[in-house]
Design a protein around this ligand. Structure first.
Ligand code: BDR
Ligand code: CA
Length: 312
């Protein structure tokens, strides 16, 4: 039987593909989607989520969440995702609106309803989950698993300006923090301290999986909603930004939630830097404990799952 899944997103190009993947996997019943400010402001992430779900025919309820990080000014990523967050994707308008309940409240209510059966996949800044955990500390025990796209544990990040703290890298363009951690490090620290059955999927593994230009060209003429969505949200990255790949950060988190053995992991406790110099840097203090951090990924198997599920 399909397991209940709740997703928290800041939709975003790769969030859109993650939603499509979650809705396509028979392992999951997508019971709620909560939205947060991140790649674009929260009004946009909510609207984008509704547009994506309408396009793929999912009627999962959508909840709007926190519009600002816990203690920082919002930092968005129009340079990567476009001003609208979906790479200037034209179609379609959403055919429905968000629910009245706020995202943190929806996380609490949904997890309470599906206690110890529900999986959570969090692929944006962790503001909504941090607020939910603060409002209802028992929430941590209600998830079967939690999968978080966030962090750069063994490799450079993708946000922090160039600095002297670059991790093990001679690449002068490298940085320390991953985007979701950088945007709301205080929220990530709250989540990292909670007793969640969490697996953290960082850039160390998400940079191993991508839609390449060659794969993208294979879906030039598709008409089915899922591959057409992928073609359109990736178009700006390939045609205007002239990149040669689109990383599948958030889809990998969905796939690992469904198939945990896609990654090898290390155990311990996650620490987030909440200072200003290396803001959002993530470290794993290895040891006992149920927190897991992905170390390597079977990228070939992941791509098979992604392409089969979405008709790419
Ligand atoms: C993460 O940042 C966002 O831009 C992506 O959607 C992904 O969740 C990667 O660092
Ligand atoms: Ca995201």
């Amino acid at each position: 039987m399909a397991r209940p899944l709740i997703m928290d997103v800041d939709t975003g190009i790769d969030d859109a593909m993650a939603l499509a993947l979650a809705a396509s996997l028979s392992d999951y019943d997508l019971v709620a989607v909560t939205t947060v400010a991140g790649n674009v402001p929260v009004e946009r992430t909510a609207e984008n989520t509704l547009r994506v779900l309408s396009w793929i025919g999912s009627d999962a309820p959508v909840y709007r969440g926190m519009s600002q990080p816990l203690a920082r000014t919002l930092h968005t990523a129009p340079n990567v995702h476009g001003n609208d967050g979906l790479g200037a994707w034209q179609e379609p308008l959403a055919r429905r609106d968000v629910e009245e309940v706020s995202a943190p409240e929806a996380i609490i209510q949904t997890a309470r309803r599906h206690q110890r059966e529900i999986d959570g996949v969090f692929v944006g800044p962790l503001t909504n989950l941090a607020v939910a955990l603060t409002l209802e500390p028992r929430l941590a025990g209600w998830f079967r698993t939690v999968t978080i796209m966030g962090g750069a544990f063994y490799s450079p990040g993708n946000v922090t300006p160039v600095g002297e703290f670059n991790k093990n890298s001679s690449d002068v363009t490298s940085s320390v923090a991953e985007f979701n951690m950088y945007v709301d490090p205080e929220a990530a620290a709250v989540v990292a301290r909670a007793a969640l059955p969490a697996t953290w999927i960082g850039l160390d593994v998400t940079h191993q999986v991508s839609v390449t230009h060659d794969v993208w060209r294979c879906i030039e003429n598709v008409t089915a909603p899922e591959p057409a969505l992928i073609r359109e949200v990736c178009r700006q990255t390939f045609e205007t930004r002239r990149m040669d790949k689109v990383h599948l950060h958030d889809p990998l988190a969905v796939a690992v939630a469904a198939y945990p053995d896609l990654v090898t992991v290390r155990h311990g406790q996650v620490r987030i830097d909440v200072g200003n110099v290396i803001r959002g840097e993530t470290r794993l203090i290895e040891g006992d404990g149920r927190t897991k951090v992905a170390e390597s990924v079977d990228s070939g198997r992941f791509m098979d799952i992604f392409r089969t599920a979405l008709g790419v």
